[in-house]
Design a protein around this ligand. Sequence first.
Ligand code: CDP
Length: 312
Amino acid sequence: MSKPEKFFDDKGLRLDGRRIDEIRPMKIEVGVLSRADGSCYLEWGNNKVLAGVFGPRELHPRRMQRPDTAIVRYRYNMAAFSVEDRIRPGPNRRSTEISKVSREAFEPVVLTHLYPSAVIDVFTEVLQADAGTRTAAINAATIALADAGIPMKGLVSACAVGKVDGKLVLDLGKDEDNYGDADLPVAMTQDGDVTLIQMDGNLTQDEFKEAMELVKVGCKQILEIQREALKGKFDQFDTEEIEEETVAEAPKSEVEIDETVEVETEVVETEEEEVVETEEKVEEEVVADDENDEEPDENTDDEDVEEGETNE
Ligand code: CDP
């Protein structure tokens, strides 16, 4: 791919038709991996990312355990087929660096002290890359952590801001990332505390301030999408429960009613037997209690005497 002749059209719109403060469309699916404790599939423009969370679980080898806290491990990985040129499988300098800074992006929010000696593993896999994959992975990882029920102070949202043709733009596309003047990926908590910031290229101090304001807007939009995705997941649970209850209470067909009557009759018989048995047991217990009642009185007297003796 070569550098585009211009990054903005006559109306000031970007190569993909977005305004300068507009993020790419994002789609989030929660709970997509049955073997993970929490998971998320996220599409953001042409990025496709999968995140899986495992834990909290006991950390092995045990010498790595921290007795006062859990540790969070984070893996960012690009699938070999995720980019135009095949990527050699396995960790490389770039993925190691991204894994490190992304783990640190979650450090201030995950309540690790609740799980001493444990580990929380976060795996992110980039299936299709199109600029902004580290921020996409962080957005997916937050949802997977929440899906796993890991207690956090809040969600983390991430987005990049950059400079193209002298203009600040939100959420860089592939060409803007490759041929732009600056790229600034940022992650922040829902309270606006920055937990990750990196910068490629140069910005003046004023541009930097403006860029931070712009990226805050982007992160807020992403936070809303994340919240909606989680709400969708938990609303769905509520609906499923309500549906189950409704099915249980719904009137049955005639055939079913007959079967139900038989079953209910059996249940009633069982209950009657149980009631009789229970009554017998209660009577026995009452008799036993009456017998036992005498002993504590004696003991109490003894204790009183002993206490009295001691007091004297
Ligand atoms: O993806 P992100 O913007 O977080 O990181 P980057 O290092 O700025 O990479 C920008 C984009 O370059 C990636 O999203 C990929 O689309 C592409 N890339 C690639 O084609 N081959 C690589 N080995 C690394 C990145």
